[in-house]
Write a protein that binds this ligand. Structure first.
Ligand code: ZN
Length: 71
């Protein structure tokens, strides 16, 4: 008596491009929440952005909850 056996090998992996894009988004988010002191808005708004600190005030509680020092 003979029998046949089918073996299915599926190779799936995460595309490198997706990992790179997610790493860039993560890095941008980390900068935005943890380190931005008006740098991002200063591109458009100029030096006044460093006094207004819109992003800093927006993410202030999240920044403290994540353990980033700010004051
Ligand atoms: Zn603070």
């Amino acid at each position: 008596m003979s029998y046949s056996e089918a073996v299915t090998v599926s190779k799936s992996s995460v595309p490198i491009l997706a990992v790179v894009i997610l790493a860039v988004i993560f890095g941008f988010g980390l900068f935005l929440v943890g380190y931005d002191q008006g740098h991002l808005f200063s591109i458009i708004q100029g030096a006044e952005a460093f006094d207004d600190l819109f992003i800093h005030e927006l993410t202030h509680d999240m920044r403290h909850a994540a353990g980033f020092p700010c004051h």
